[in-house]
Write a protein that binds this ligand. Structure first.
Ligand SMILES: O=C(O)[C@H](O)COP(=O)(O)O
Ligand SMILES: [Mg+2]
Length: 428
């Protein structure tokens, strides 16, 4: 193990990949020693000095720990781009979030952020549609999009699923998506569900004069099967496919992004399971990194949290995810462990707020997110006392009130669905 990786005088090159880590050394290990081991293991080195690592090779490829703040338990490491297969998310993660998370020299270690150099951005397509493309696809430019998740999560037949989707569209939803654990079960097979639901989306389009999008979940056991399902959607005239990004995995996402070009489909990213490695603030990989990888690969829209809903996620964290989705240039924020990122030509992603939302939360959601957000309501639509269509209508009414600057209570005086929603979700 070489000992010269701490190099606070080093200025990172434009071509370096930079990572910020939170490090908690284990007992008896000092901070710089832990950082040195971590930097070496994530790049060229081993636990002991290796004779096959020549000084010349080390000089060329060694990691530079150029920022060390022991009080804040933070280091930043610059890695030469030569260490990476530039277009491979799995390879980058095997390096900077691989073995190092298991090392005994640390009690906890967290990859907080990765700043990707231009040379790496170059190898990725980014979103095909992205936020502007989705606005065009849906024909909705000036307001948040309203979506729902067919509930119950699983158990409905394909016919019943399509009917619930239709009522949601008819009531006012722009988008209807499958839930994360609905794929191709016996009671509701993929192909039949896609066919029936897309047909009723079309019917709702002609009845309402609005574009209606169905986001069918193509998550499957193999990439081959996911591509097959994607092609079924294409043949049925769908605009979207949905994927459970963490269970499916990074290789699957990169594969699907390639295929999405041919299929002409937008990709909706459900982040279920991310908390397995993002939730512990002292260990693992941050959700910020997950979001950046999604934008790099080219998912068009991503669940980022709600602040006010049922899922874990502080406001500052959710807003930093929103910024990473939508901004072309993300400024550094030392306190939030965010590195500066210029996204170059890569389009912005549409942020999705989903999980435990009710129509009565729309004013707060609008204050938090502004207009560039997809607000999704599962229980908040299908638990409406007057039914699914009324639940969707209540969401649209709450949004209209918010956009007009009228209080929900005032608007509800002439909008029955909203009045009932307020009665259910605000008065109890
Ligand atoms: O997939 C999702 O985002 C959730 O199913 C949302 O459902 P909920 O609004 O009922 O929490
Ligand atoms: Mg869900």
């Amino acid at each position: 193990m070489r000992r010269d990786y701490i190099d606070t005088g080093y200025s990172p090159k434009d071509t370096d990949l930079i990572c910020e880590f939170h490090i908690e050394p284990s007992a008896g290990v000092n901070f710089e020693e832990a950082a040195t081991h971590m930097a070496g293991e994530s790049s060229i080195d081993s636990w002991t000095e290796i004779s096959t690592l020549s000084p010349e090779l080390a000089a060329r490829l060694k990691p530079h720990v150029f920022y060390v703040n022991e009080d804040a338990q933070t280091v930043r490491v610059a890695y030469s781009e030569e260490l990476f297969e530039l277009g491979s998310v799995p390879q980058v993660l095997s390096a900077v979030a691989g073995n190092i998370l298991s090392m005994k020299v640390v009690d906890n270690l967290r990859l907080q952020d990765i700043a990707f150099p231009g040379s790496m951005l170059h190898e990725f397509k980014g979103p095909k549609f992205g936020l502007p493309g989705i606005r065009e696809l849906t024909g909705v430019q000036d307001r948040p999009l309203i979506g729902t998740i067919v509930k119950p999560k699983v158990g409905l037949t394909s016919e019943k699923h399509a009917e619930v989707a239709y009522k949601s569209f008819a009531g006012g939803c722009d988008l209807v998506k499958d839930d994360e654990n609905l794929t191709d079960q016996k009671f509701n097979g993929f192909e039949k569900r896609a066919e029936l639901t897309l047909k009723l989306a079309e019917k709702a389009e002609s009845e309402t004069g609005e574009r209606k999008m169905y986001l069918c979940n193509i998550t499957a056991p193999t990439c081959k099967e996911m591509i097959r399902r994607m092609n079924i959607l294409k043949d049925l005239g769908a605009s979207y496919a949905m994927i459970d990004i963490v269970p499916a995995g990074w290789t699957a996402l990169q594969t699907l992004r390639e295929e999405a070009d041919d299929a002409g489909l937008a990709l909706h990213a459900h982040r279920c399971m991310h908390s397995a490695y993002t939730r512990n603030p002292r260990h693992g990989i941050s959700m910020l990194v997950v979001a950046k990888l999604c934008r790099l690969i080219g998912l068009d829209q991503l669940h980022i949290g709600t602040v006010v809903g049922k899922m874990h996620g502080e406001k500052h964290e959710v807003l930093s995810l929103r910024d990473e989705c939508v901004l072309d240039n993300v400024p550094a924020d030392e306190n939030q462990h965010i590195l500066a990122q210029n996204w170059g030509r890569l389009k912005p992603m549409f942020p999705v707020a989903s999980g435990g939302l009710a129509p009565t939360m729309i004013p707060d959601l609008y204050t938090i997110f502004g207009k560039d957000v997809i607000m999704q309501f599962g229980g908040g639509i299908h638990a409406h006392p007057m039914g699914t269509a009324a639940g969707a209508t209540a969401c649209r009414q709450a949004l209209e009130a918010t956009l007009e600057g009228v209080s929900l209570q005032e608007y509800a005086k002439s909008h029955r669905e909203l009045e009932v929603a307020i009665d259910k979700w605000l008065k109890k």
